[in-house]
Design a protein around this ligand. Structure first.
Ligand code: AKB
Length: 341
């Protein structure tokens, strides 16, 4: 009899690190993970099994398929936007073929244990491609507007939103016994995420967390976007709470498959000012990277997350000031103080 479990890919990453903590604390279901990197020892000790390997390794996925009955998948493994521009084919392999592998895995699990497999997929504001000459409405862009991404990462994310919709509603629709309805695919378009515990790698929204972590360590930092650059952000605890609330919502409550979410949308200079309030000696300058600036400029300054708020009760705890005052600064300062010899 195969063991019922939750599968998290990319568990050693930014979102994964925070999500695993919640899921294992909940304890309601055994958790297995897949990541190219080993989990940190404290997380490794909490999960049922941590597989170190690639979502492109079909033999690994087959072995997991044979041993476990997976009824929930959080597919977080991905290469982020800046890194994808340097290796677009590798980005497609990991971000698209990897996601297709996991969707096939989910469909196979649903067939074998005869019940629905819940599949969470983190999309991104990178799925947008906002023309340079238009202003966002005060309420922000809706999910269906300006989805013309200008990065490989954004193309990957947008296509996988559609791939998930296909697996959920149209998979093998010409079969004698159609498979539709067996994969409950749900996706959130995350803004820039800021964690107190992990640093992102390879993202273009990374200037915010990089600035904070550098100041907390007394290191100088050169922000690679202009001071007036504005995109939506969210504190990592709110991102994890949103994933869990969204995935727990009854299907009939949802009017969409993909939802925007946001918590605050400060300029880079507003973030710098908050960091300097907490770390007055911080040395934070600007060395704009025009290429990365072009990426961020194609992303929305604001998104409309009213559908998430009305359909499944999105309610971030942290606005900008609370994110800094109640979460980021105290947690990061404690983290680096503890690390000092
Ligand atoms: C990135 O910067 O690539 C990600 C994102 C906004 O999806 N953090």
């Amino acid at each position: 009899m195969r063991k019922p479990v939750v599968l998290i890919t990319g568990a050693a990453g930014e979102i994964g690190h925070a999500l695993v903590d919640h899921l294992v604390a909940d304890g309601s279901e055994a958790t297995i993970t897949v990541d190219l990197r080993p989990l940190e020892p404290d997380l490794d000790a909490k999960v049922t099994r941590a597989f170190t390997g690639s979502i492109l390794d079909q033999a690994l996925l087959d072995a997991i398929q044979a041993e476990y009955a997976v009824d929930r998948i959080f597919h977080l493994a991905a290469l982020l936007s800046t890194r994808c521009e340097y290796t677009p084919v590798a980005a497609h392999e990991v971000n698209v073929r990897g996601t297709l592998n996991l969707l096939e895995f989910a469909a196979g699990q649903a067939r074998s244990h005869g019940s629905t497999v819940a599949f969470f997929y983190p999309s991104s504001i990178a799925a947008y491609g906002i023309p340079a000459d238009i202003e966002a409405p005060d309420s922000g862009w809706r999910e269906a507007q300006h989805t013309l991404p200008t990065t490989m990462y954004g193309c990957n994310k947008l296509y996988c939103e559609h791939l998930g919709r296909y697996y959920a509603h149209h998979y093998k629709q010409l079969d004698a016994e159609p498979q539709a309805g067996r994969v409950d695919f749900r996706s959130l378009r995350f803004p820039g995420l800021i964690s107190a515990h992990t640093l992102p790698s390879g993202g273009t929204s990374d200037y915010a967390p990089e600035m904070i972590h550098a100041a907390a360590q007394g290191q100088p930092y050169e922000c690679f976007v202009r001071p007036d650059t504005r995109i939506p952000f969210m504190a990592m605890p709110d991102a994890v709470d949103a994933i869990l609330a969204f995935c727990a919502a009854p299907r009939q409550q949802l009017t969409q498959t993909v939802y925007n979410l946001t918590a605050f949308a400060p300029t880079a200079d507003a973030i710098r000012s908050l960091v300097l309030q907490e770390f007055p000696k911080a040395q934070i300058g600007y060395t704009v990277d025009d290429r990365r600036q072009r990426i961020v400029d194609s992303w929305p300054q604001r998104v409309d997350d009213s559908a998430a708020r009305s359909d499944w009760g999105l309610a971030p705890r942290f606005d900008l000031d609370a994110a800094f005052g109640e979460y980021l600064i105290p947690t990061i300062a404690a983290r680096y103080a503890a690390a000092k010899p």
